[in-house]
Design a protein around this ligand. Structure first.
Ligand SMILES: [Zn+2]
Length: 624
């Protein structure tokens, strides 16, 4: 019999006299799975998952049925809160369950696993696997489950609602449907993560720029030809485009408008009534179209472009001066759009970004109830949690106090997913802070590619924290490393600490997301230490083919980092009188990854591993 593994949730065990619910007996199924919501796809998917996992634990085949009655002698496991379960569990307010809220409850000899729409039932079953049965799903193809032919569960009465309504990991693993179910990620909140959204589609320069330059951002200062978002930079770029873009093009005409009006179409002026009208009409039209197609989104984006264009017209500057942040201009504009959206589309939120010049909230102006703030931690140093950086932490606390806030956090190096990225403790600690200040949803942009730096661990820990931010990220990391890498786990934890210490030893390190190599922080001494730890990790699991393979893959971060700076490390070791533990024959490292040239996916944002492979192959050709 399996007892509750972790009492993580607000669990109230029913009276101790109540009997355990029997599921398996000597490898036979003594329970039947009943699909509670026949109409719900999630209910069917969850029932199939339950069938697989129960078979894995007990060895028995469990039947899935859509109907049953009281005369069935078997335990009934209801998956979803529709149909017959309402009669037997009349004290559960199924219709009152919030989005993603779950119920796990034993009722006599039966068990109910259900949740609020659209995927709460999937999350209830996943939580049952993890918290009650003690299963762990680490990564695709890596499930740890107990073996118990006599499976039974103690009386249960759990109701839990995760504090974040958006829990999204944008990573290779986060995109796998099985991962989304096990990790309880919400992937039903449709949102367009392209930075601009409707305004840039609606305010097309060919349509509006020449006739209505006043719709667009005014550039009072000249800036410089090297500074993005300034008048001189733009002028140079457009003059260049006039010559180099396919002809005919409009750049010469646009340079003329720019010179005459100092307005740039790259951003609109948030105080322009004309621009606001065009944007509002486009938003309403798009939502109407979506509604007719039966696909009304929950969020519609009215957000700035990525570049740092900030309107310097008199109205924008005055508002910014009064409110202390350019976000005031945006909130006023977005509130106006939202006021027209609310009566027609009461379920839709108008989303806008808090980042770059709009990151700090206004002093007094507040977002309307149907406005969503997406706070992007784009400009933070990723070396430490956001609490280390008061500007960002304070901005978030205040936004969360005055409005609905989602956070877009970053947890990878986008120029090289494979090299060690020494921020391992940051994402989990950030989630804790997001919870503390009352953030409503989280999107974490992680790594892609098969050998991305400890990506399975990062995704697992972040997902566990997003479901229940009261947990401790370090404890979760240790659990993952021991569970997924077996006896190599403690060495990998030491490796992680070594990398994090190395980065912190480097005075004033700015850990951004766009470094091609480890040159800003890793020394040959650190690389030697990491290599020793991977040697010990490999030795610890030598006898287990699967664990050895996982350690081999994790080690690619270090193997490839040696190659990235091979001569530099060799020289440094010689000069400092240190051993050189990098590969004696670097071509062999390249040979070892050659079979994966086209199958490892990405290496760099938008670039395949093959591009990187070809570079290192050229540098270290095959040895005869
Ligand atoms: Zn303006």
């Amino acid at each position: 019999m399996i007892l509750m593994m972790c009492v993580l949730l607000a669990t109230a065990i029913a009276s101790p006299a109540a009997a355990a619910v029997r599921i398996g007996e000597a490898g036979d199924a003594v329970a039947v799975i009943v699909v509670g919501d026949v109409e719900s796809k999630g209910s069917h998917i969850a029932a199939a998952d339950l069938q697989d996992v129960l078979k894995r634990i007990t060895g028995a085949e469990f039947e899935i049925v859509e109907q049953t009655d009281d005369t069935d002698a078997r335990t009934r496991i209801f998956v979803g809160g529709g149909g017959p379960v309402r009669a037997i569990a009349s004290d559960i307010d199924f219709d009152g369950l919030a989005r993603d809220e779950i119920v796990m409850k034993t009722v006599g000899r039966d068990l109910v696993l259900a949740g609020g729409g659209p995927r709460g039932t999937v999350y209830a079953v996943s939580t049952f696997f993890q918290d009650v049965l003690g299963c762990r799903w680490w990564a695709p193809g890596a499930l740890t489950a107990p073996n118990d032919p006599d499976l039974a569960v103690e009386p249960l009465d759990v109701r839990y609602r995760p504090p974040f309504e958006l829990r999204f990991v944008l990573s290779q693993i986060g995109g796998v449907p099985e991962a989304r179910r096990w990790h309880r990620l919400s992937y039903d909140l449709s949102f367009d993560i392209s930075p601009r959204g409707i305004p840039s589609r609606a305010l097309r320069p060919d349509r509006y720029y020449a006739d209505h330059p006043e719709y667009f951002a005014y550039l009072r200062e000249d800036g410089s030809e090297d500074r993005e978002g300034t008048y001189l930079f733009l002028r140079k770029q457009w003059k260049h485009n006039a010559i180099h873009e396919p002809k005919p093009n409009s750049y010469n005409k646009w340079v003329e408008v720019l010179d005459r009006t100092r307005r740039a179409y790259n951003q609109f002026c948030p105080n322009s009534a004309g621009a606001r009208r065009v944007i509002t009409d486009a938003v309403l039209e798009e939502l109407e179209k979506n509604r007719s197609a039966g696909a009304l989104p929950e969020i519609v984006w009215v957000a700035q472009g990525h570049a740092n264009f900030m309107c310097q017209c008199d109205a924008c500057e005055a508002m910014r001066g009064r409110e202390g942040s350019d976000s005031s201009n945006w909130i006023r504009m977005v509130n106006a759009v939202a006021a027209e959206v609310a009566p027609k589309f009461p379920t839709v939120k108008v989303g806008t970004f808090a980042f770059l010049h709009t990151e700090a909230p206004p002093a007094t102006l507040e977002p309307a109830d149907n406005v969503l703030i997406y706070h992007m931690l784009h400009e933070t140093n990723r070396l430490d949690p956001v609490t280390t950086y008061p500007f960002h932490a304070d901005a978030m606390r205040k936004w969360a106090r005055i409005g609905t806030v989602y956070v877009w956090d970053y947890d990878a190096n986008y120029r090289n997913y494979y090299q060690p990225y020494p921020n391992y403790f940051v994402s989990g600690q950030n989630v804790k802070y997001f919870h503390e200040v009352g953030v409503d949803g989280i999107m974490v942009q992680g790594g892609f590619g098969k050998a991305a730096d400890l990506a399975a661990m990062r995704t697992w820990v972040t997902a566990q924290m997003m479901w229940n931010p009261k947990r401790d990220p370090r404890t979760l990391m240790i659990e993952f490393l021991n569970g997924y890498y077996g006896a190599a786990g403690p060495y990998l934890m030491e490796y992680i600490e070594t990398m994090v210490d190395a980065a912190h030893r480097k005075k004033g390190l700015w850990l951004g997301s766009y470094a091609f190599t480890t040159k800003d922080w890793a020394t040959v001494r650190d690389m030697n230490a990491a290599t020793r730890l991977f040697n010990e990790a490999a030795a610890a699991v030598r006898a287990d083919r699967i664990l050895a393979q996982r350690v081999w893959l994790a080690r690619k971060s270090i193997d490839l980092s040696w190659l990235d700076r091979y001569d530099e490390f060799r020289n440094a070791a010689r000069e400092q009188g240190l051993p050189f533990l990098g590969p004696a024959n670097p071509s062999k490292i390249v040979d070892a990854v050659a079979p994966f040239r086209t199958s490892w996916g990405h290496w760099h944002i938008g670039k395949p591993f093959s591009a990187y492979f070809d570079e290192i192959r050229e540098k270290f050709p095959p040895q005869p």
